[in-house]
Ligand binder design. Structure first.
Ligand code: T1G
Length: 719
């Protein structure tokens, strides 16, 4: 017997204005509107009442949340499902509801302001007319595949019919979320207006439709669009290309995009109703996969991190965190300009750069500006915004302008004496309340702070290169850093668009701590005769975006060697640098930036393996150990170090550790991060395999105390 329907949530209210029912969706007690079973009941009941009421001629639908339209289906509800059949029914129920909305006898217009995602966009697509506010908060998209599922409330059917298969696949298969302006260009919304007139314009559209007007939509994409989308042959080409791209991008690890492709294609071939059925079936299968569970865990972990400022709760002792309006950046090189450009582009703050001489400053300013130019080119900002933001960037060869900065980030040469010198100069040039952050990747913050008059205001902010694109920030307080200063750094990092984790002031912090043994192991494997590209292919097969050797070329061998040296000094034998890497820096093989590394580079484009490298390593490829053992060595050496670092409190929670590894260097998200992966394998199994590896290859594989203890007590990182 089917369970009784839940009582309707008190979410929808409506009032009549001149023949138009103005419906407001405002889910009580929740920061966002989401569609649960109870909300669906309420929508159904409301639309039934609207149909019955003869005074209602048309409907205008809005959200009551100030910054959010509808965030989609309630994710907590579908992760609780345990069978594919149940999930399929949930999807089919959603489709039925939206069919009723689409066939509603009175016209429905929606006014969209704020995030309109997943089931929220599917609802809007079922309405007859869509108006969106031209506001940065108004974003429309179908992010479902990012959660390992597909748009399961008719989105795979309605979107391609509205904007064409090619454009719809572009959104659905990547789980894209687009700003309102782009959604308008694509034809997803019918009108784009200033937020102040959203309500009036939507009401006017409802009224016109009540009077018999039917919105006309012109087919987008012109003749080219018709050739590709509008006939079966063209469509076949579109699907073939999309399938190929999905397989390339997912390496077969993520089933959702392929399933979504199937749902779209099937629907276009066999009709809307058959498509719905297929969509619900596939949704059911995906919703209970382990991949989807892992991706949903990541969603909730990142959401929880957004609210975590790394400080004690309730409010810490003074100083309170401050809102940064002016940022000083010392060092106008690659990192410094990346930090400056990203701070302006994302946080819209006034940035003052400083370097030793004016030509360097000019070069740094130009590089920072390129980040803004790129946004303009990709139409993320308007010309007007671009001009406004460019004007926020300035610089000089002295500290003029630093007096007003609330935060100064230094990105100078990686040397303790130099950094301490800069710290003293900055303290002399700024107010007593200013925070000094070092973008060091290897030097303990406590050591830098030894030179400070105000050590409680010194902190580490470790960005990754290139700053504009890498999503992670490690925030590193020393033991003397004030809690409020941690809050300032984390909050500003978030405004720069970064996912910030607070980590302990210990060598390599979190990311380099767990990455270094992995890189070294790749070197040991090279010495054992494994081919460069074999190592990379195997790790890409495991799910990393690039393999460890390619990563070395990207990071730069000089940087990697420096980090490896610092880690060896700190932790001793198990971090012994790989001899395979020793000759690379001397030979000028620094990687991409030098135009030569393990791979060849022609005009910035990566080519094949540079065979000359094998001579430097001193071993020609001979196959080496079995592929399974290569993967095992690389992965377990990282998991072992990660477990040890967790035991030392390098990260505050396993959640931070996993999110850091996923966002920091692309640990395969479908495995949930190194600590989730360790839990899945089980400590006993990992410890056993590490012992066997230690017998064969040495003490660097000896299982750490944390894993041994977990194995003994049958415990895990996560409850
Ligand atoms: N379900 C459940 N909870 C949600 C939620 C959702 N869809 N969206 C947000 N929350 C919670 C979030 O966990 C947090 O909770 C609070 O709301 C505020 O979020 C049938 C099946 C909308 C852009 O993937 O991208 O539709 O911590 O801090 O920064 O095809 O939340 O307060 O307890 O992130 O202003 C597809 C997910 C669903 C959108 C707002 N939708 N959400 O960002 O606030 S699947 C998504 C977001 C679907 C259909 C399928 C963002 C946001 P708490 P927040 P924000």
């Amino acid at each position: 017997m089917a369970p009784p329907p839940p009582p309707p949530a008190a979410a929808l209210t409506w009032e009549l204005a001149d023949g138009i029912a103005v419906v407001t969706f405002d889910l009580a007690g929740e920061p966002v509107n989401k569609i649960s079973r109870a909300v669906k009941q309420d929508v159904l009941a409301t639309f039934e009442a609207l149909e019955r009421d003869a005074a209602v001629q048309a409907v205008a639908f809005f959200s009551g949340k100030p910054e959010n339209f509808i965030a989609g289906a309630d994710i907590e509800e579908f992760v609780a499902l345990t069978s594919a059949a149940e999930a399929e029914r949930l999807s089919a129920d959603g489709q039925d509801l939206l069919e009723r909305v689409a066939r509603f006898p009175k016209p429905v217009a929606v006014g969209i302001h704020g995030a309109c995602l997943g089931g929220g966009l599917e609802f809007a697509l079922a309405c007859r007319y869509r108006v969106a506010s031209d506001h940065p908060k108004t974003q429309l998209g179908l992010p479902e595949v990012q959660l390992g599922i597909l748009p399961g409330a008719s989105g795979c059917q309605r979107l391609p019919r509205l904007i064409g298969a090619r454009a719809a696949l572009d959104i659905i298969l990547a789980g894209k979320v687009e700003p309102a302006r782009k959604a308008f260009r694509l034809g997803i919304v019918d009108e784009l207006v200033h937020p102040a007139i959203l309500k009036d314009v939507t009401l006017a559209a409802a009224r016109r439709m009540a009077g018999g007007w039917r919105p006309k939509r012109k087919r987008r994409g012109g003749l080219g669009g018709w050739l590709l989308d509008g006939n079966p042959l063209g469509r076949r080409l579109v699907f073939r290309a999309a399938r190929k791209q999905v397989l390339e991008q997912t390496g077969g690890h993520y089933p959702a995009p392929l399933a979504a492709l199937d749902a779209v294609e099937y629907g276009l071939k066999h009709g809307f109703q058959a498509g719905l059925k297929r969509e619900a079936q596939l949704f059911g299968q995906l919703a209970v996969t382990d991949v989807s569970r892992k991706l949903v865990q990541i969603f909730f972990a990142t959401t929880a991190l957004k609210k975590d400022f790394g400080m004690a709760n309730p409010a810490p002792p003074p100083p309170a965190p401050v809102d940064v309006r002016r940022l000083g950046v010392v060092g106008a090189g690659f990192m410094g300009s990346g930090i400056a450009g990203t701070a302006v582009a994302q946080a819209g703050v006034d940035v003052r750069m400083k370097d030793a001489d004016l030509p360097r400053v000019a070069k740094g300013l130009a590089a920072a500006r390129e980040i803004l130019d790129d946004r303009l080119k990709r139409r993320r900002i308007t010309r007007f915004e671009h001009a406004r933001l460019v004007a926020l960037l300035s610089g000089g060869d002295g500290y003029a302008g630093f007096g007003r900065a609330e935060l100064v980030i230094e990105a100078v040469f990686e040397d303790l004496t130099v950094k301490q010198q800069v710290l003293k100069e900055v303290e002399g040039a700024t107010r007593d309340t200013a925070v000094f952050a070092s973008n060091t990747s290897t030097i303990p913050i406590a050591r830098i702070a030894e030179a400070a008059n105000r050590p409680e205001r010194v902190i580490g902010m470790h960005f990754f290169s290139p700053v504009a694109r890498m999503p992670l920030l490690e925030v590193i307080p020393s033991e003397r850093t004030a809690p409020g200063v941690i809050g300032t750094a984390v909050a500003f990092g978030r405004r720069m668009g970064k996912t910030a984790i607070v980590v302990k002031d210990s060598p390599g912090f979190w990311i380099n701590r767990i990455l270094t043994p992995y890189m070294n192991e790749a070197g040991h494997l090279l010495s054992a005769g494994v081919a460069i590209d074999d190592i990379d292919h195997l790790m890409v097969g495991f799910g990393f975006p690039v393999g460890p050797i390619t990563l070395l070329d990207e990071v730069g061998m000089d940087v990697a060697e420096k980090v490896a040296g610092v880690m060896y000094e700190a932790f001793g034998e198990r971090f012994t640098p790989s001899p395979a890497f020793a000759g690379m820096v001397k030979a000028g093989r620094l990687g991409r930036k030098a135009g030569k590394g393990f791979y060849t580079y022609v005009r910035g484009k990566k080519g094949g393996v540079d065979q000359a490298v094998y001579e430097l390593i001193g071993v020609q490829p001979n196959g080496g150990p079995r592929p399974a053992e290569i993967i095992q060595r690389l992965v377990l050496v990282m998991l072992n170090e990660a477990a040890r670092a967790v035991g030392e409190g390098v990260v505050r929670t396993p959640r931070d550790g996993d999110i850091g590894a996923i966002f920091g260097f692309g640990f395969p998200p479908f495995r949930g991060g190194p600590l989730r992966h360790a839990d899945d394998l089980g400590a006993a199994r990992i410890a056993g395999e590490l012992e066997r590896l230690a017998e064969r290859y040495g003490a660097r594989f000896a299982p750490c105390e944390v894993l041994q203890e977990q194995a003994r007590a049958n415990r895990k990182f996560y409850p």
